[in-house]
Write a protein that binds this ligand. Sequence first.
Ligand code: KIV
Ligand code: ZN
Length: 388
Amino acid sequence: MADNNRIYIFDTTLRDGEQSPGVSLNSDEKLEIARQLARLGVDVIEAGFPIASPGDFAAVKKIADNVKGPVIAGLCRANYKDIDRAWEALKGAESPRIHTFIATSDIHLKYKLNKTREQVLEQAVEAVRYAKKYCSDVEFSAEDASRSDLDYLALVVEKVIEAGATVVNLPDTVGYAVPDEFGLFIKSICERVPNIDKAIISVHCHNDLGLAVANSMAGIMNGARQVECTINGIGERAGNAALEEIVMNLYTRKSFYQKETRINYREIYRTSRLVSTLTGMPVQPNKAIVGQNAFSHESGIHQDGVLKERSTYEIMSPELVGIKSSSLVLGKHSGRHAFRERLKELGYNLTEEELEKAFIKFKDIADKKKEINDDDLEALVNEQVRAI
Ligand code: KIV
Ligand code: ZN
């Protein structure tokens, strides 16, 4: 695949992800996650926001000094002090990136920054120029881009690219966009900005309406080549686009998207577990790709199908994302086929008559209990079928 079909994965688990209410990681935990992200094969690790606290500074520095492979980015507002602090933390990295941002929407200008459009444009350009003195790789983010005036935003994008920004990120900061609209928004910016080819366009979508991944995919289809995302979709408020969902969309529907990443899919599950354990944020059971139920089949019809041929009800294999195998959960919807297979796995080779008796008892129990585990099955066979 040609290089412009490559999608760069920018992981912000350690920065936006850590902004999840209640989450606070120490620098050793951050380093452990960063090392795992490097094994996962992400292109960029946003390690933190160095000016936010001494702890954040120390964590970014530790990661910059120790993690090789991915680009290491540090976030900073568009002012000299923030940029100096970010560079101080990042300068030991093999491939550092300064990521500077300022809001461009009128709502943010009026209520948060109390600045005019002209002042913000000037500040954005000056921040990129200043960051460029330290580092060749500079990303600029137009916070609240999706609610900004399109002509004004296009002008900001053009001018920051002229000032040397190598990546321009257009976030849906408050998760307000919907996919068709967001796709068109990215396309319009790409069409309006004359020097757009000199930078990589990036998307960063929040999940307030549950559309972060869909919006990111729409962005990709319309010219974005970097996607900002987090493991398990953690992040500010309802979170960010989930990395595992984006990369598995691109992989599973390759012929549709015609794009590729350099992710080591087999590290996905391990990374998800590590982030969940260290942040203390559980993964919902029905979460796509990494949830406990993502590869579990309960209904008899589905179980029978999967036992005959997995592709009947599985669009990707659990092994690909590092999960040992799919599971057939025995419950009241399960059929004889799955029941017999599970008993065989437990070492029981029942006669047809025994199996029939056991199956009737199993259905009785399943009506009272949501899930039948191996202990229940052993008790059922030993005490109720073989003892009779
Ligand atoms: O959501 C957002 O706009 C951000 C930026 C700082 C990139 O997190
Ligand atoms: Zn964000």
